[in-house]
Design a protein. Structure first.
Length: 365
């Protein structure tokens, strides 16, 4: 028998947190074959998976269409979602047959609706493990974009075919699930001592390290040379193929190959840095929470998850807002200093959600 993970190809956050669950489940149940259906970044999966899996590279949802990390193309997003939904019944039937042939017993979705239908057709339970649902995201757009009014309800009906939703913190949606269970954070936690990592990457002075982290999409027109001489040191860790960025001469530039050669993972870099500059998405927020790193966050445009996170973040991590114009044109001396002067939040949330999920999945297989 086997388990299947169906993962949105949107960004890095969906894949990175499911990899934590896959690794935990694979370590707990090495007897169980694991199949991953996704168009998520293959290099991310290859770099972070630590247990044997079969990867089937196919789209399981349309996600969101982004121009860069801070700019969402709403009309294109709705159009892609409607086109995907128009053929979703056929896709679900095909995927259901894949589940049968691979002897899948449980399907985990983060968080495409179509595989919930496929699991239903195959006669196996599906669980949605995520912090938001796509019907909730798209619902916020449809009032301003006629012609897509029925899309959220169609996706919600697919979610209703799942056995349960395992809901992560900072959540929205989940209105059509019959059973909803709240889970601890799923987060990538550093395995290396931060002081050792700082020495390894060449951070030889006491200046705070500020990590620029904008995932797979980058930020169009980002230039950072005006940070030369700042009382902090920039760290750039390329997560995807992005164009060259003008940088101060003392920037620590850690590309994929150098991280691999050093035996470092991205969460090791997050833990070694004092501040992360990023948009607030579940992946980077969870890593800052788990590794006690402060977050200087930008506006990510109209995305329904954003205000939920902005409201909840101060209770679980040190955070401060940075306007998008300041991101690209200003020095951050005062922002970094003010952020590092903040007291630690009283709450220390649990970050063992991957282990909890792995245990529950083991009980189901």
């Amino acid at each position: 028998m086997a388990i299947a993970f169906c993962i949105s190809g949107h960004g890095f956050g969906h894949a990175s947190r499911q990899v934590e669950v896959i690794n935990a489940f694979g370590a707990l149940r090495p007897d169980q074959p694991i199949h991953v259906f996704t168009r998520a970044s293959r290099w991310l999966l290859d770099r972070t998976l630590r247990v044997p899996v079969t990867i089937v590279e196919q789209p399981v949802d349309s996600g969101a269409i982004q121009r860069d990390s801070l700019m969402l193309d709403i009309p294109a997003t709705l159009d892609a979602a409607a086109r995907f939904e128009a053929q979703a019944d056929h896709a679900a039937a095909v995927l259901a047959e894949e589940f049968r042939q691979r002897h899948v017993e449980v399907v985990v979705c983060d968080v495409p609706p179509m595989p919930c239908t496929a699991a239903h057709l195959a006669g196996v339970p599906a669980v949605a493990l995520a912090n938001f649902t796509w019907d909730w995201i798209y619902e916020d757009f449809t009032a301003d974009h006629p012609g897509f009014e029925d899309l959220p309800a169609r996706l919600g009906a697919r979610y209703a075919q799942a056995a349960a939703a395992w809901r992560l913190p900072m959540h929205g949606g989940f209105g059509t699930f019959h059973t909803v269970l709240d889970f601890p954070w799923i987060a990538r936690r550093a395995q290396r001592d931060p002081a050792e990592v700082r020495r390894q990457i060449g951070a030889t002075d006491d200046r705070p390290l500020v990590l620029i982290s904008f995932g797979g999409y980058g930020v169009a027109g980002l230039a950072l040379t005006h940070h030369t001489g700042a009382p902090y040191r920039l760290v750039l860790s390329a997560g995807a193929d992005q164009g060259p960025i003008a940088l101060p001469p003392d920037t620590l530039h850690l590309d994929r190959d150098s991280l691999t050669a050093a035996g470092l993972r991205y969460e090791d870099i997050v833990a070694a840095c004092d501040v992360v500059v990023s948009k607030p998405g579940y992946g980077i927020v969870s890593e800052c929470v788990a590794n006690n790193t402060a977050l200087l966050y930008t506006d990510r445009g109209r995305f329904r998850e954003y205000p939920v996170m902005v409201e909840a973040m101060p209770a679980v991590l040190r955070c401060r807002f940075l306007a998008n114009e300041a991101l690209t044109t200003a020095r951050w001396d005062d922002d970094v200093a003010a952020l590092l002067a903040q007291p630690q939040p009283d709450a220390r949330p649990l970050v063992n959600g991957a282990d909890v999920a792995a245990g529950m999945l083991s009980a189901m297989t």
